[in-house]
Design a protein around this ligand. Structure first.
Ligand SMILES: [Fe+2]
Length: 226
């Protein structure tokens, strides 16, 4: 399997390029617009054919590469059915499967960071977007975020996956690249709560500045970054 974790230095975003074999079909998750030339070069070098580009949610901190990738490769672009972005070619819902050659991603609706947040399960690993981060969780204070929904997405969906499931988030700000469900259950400080209300209190008490690019990124991402 081809599995590449790609990093954007400006927004600390992880993007993922996946394919079951050289010469075959590929999926990219959370591509960043400014890195599209780099992705296209790698796709060509690895001799893979991009057929699907997914955003786990409408991002507020970087501009998506979905539109540019579709222009060049004709790939299918995907966001969750709850999104307000009308530019994508397919909108998925909980339980839907996305395939490319031997790869299958199962969509898990995990709202809370935004109301259009999805995670994607692929065999032994899960792409958690900004729902579950390494030793943290995504903020819930804009884009219809909701700490109560996020608690449910975390405790009743993601943390019910097997402990050895590998966790690949959409961001990390400290250089951590991956984790596991079991590790996050034990060591993620936000997950050490005794109740839903305690989690909601923690999230409401975070007073975070808006992302630098938010006023540019959100409107642009509703048009797939174009
Ligand atoms: Fe986000």
């Amino acid at each position: 399997m081809i599995f590449r974790q790609l990093f954007d230095y400006e927004s600390y975003t992880y993007s993922y390029l996946l394919a079951s074999r050289a010469g075959g079909e590929a999926i990219i998750i959370d591509p960043v617009k400014s890195n599209v030339p780099q992705y296209l070069k790698l796709i060509s070098e690895l001799d893979i054919n991009l057929v699907v580009a997914i955003d786990t949610h409408v991002h507020a901190d970087h501009i998506t590469g979905l539109g540019d990738l579709r222009d060049v490769t004709n790939c299918v672009t995907i966001l969750g059915s709850q999104t307000k972005a009308d530019c994508v070619s397919q909108k998925i819902k909980d339980g839907d499967k996305i395939t490319a050659d031997q790869l299958t991603l199962q969509a898990l609706y995990t709202p809370g960071h935004t109301d259009d947040s999805y995670s994607f399960l692929m065999n032994d690993r899960v792409f958690t977007g900004d729902t579950l981060l390494i030793r943290s969780t995504g903020r819930t204070d804009f884009q219809n975020g909701d700490p109560k929904q996020q608690y449910d997405s975390l405790f009743n969906k993601l943390l019910r996956l097997p402990d050895n499931t590998l966790v690949y988030p959409a961001h990390d700000y400290k250089g951590w690249m991956m984790s596991t469900i079991g590790e996050e259950k034990k060591f993620n400080p936000r997950l050490q709560v005794k109740s839903e209300s305690e989690y909601i209190e923690i999230m409401k008490a975070l007073k975070l500045d808006n992302p630098k690019l938010m006023d540019i990124a959100v409107p642009s991402n509703l048009k797939c970054g174009r």
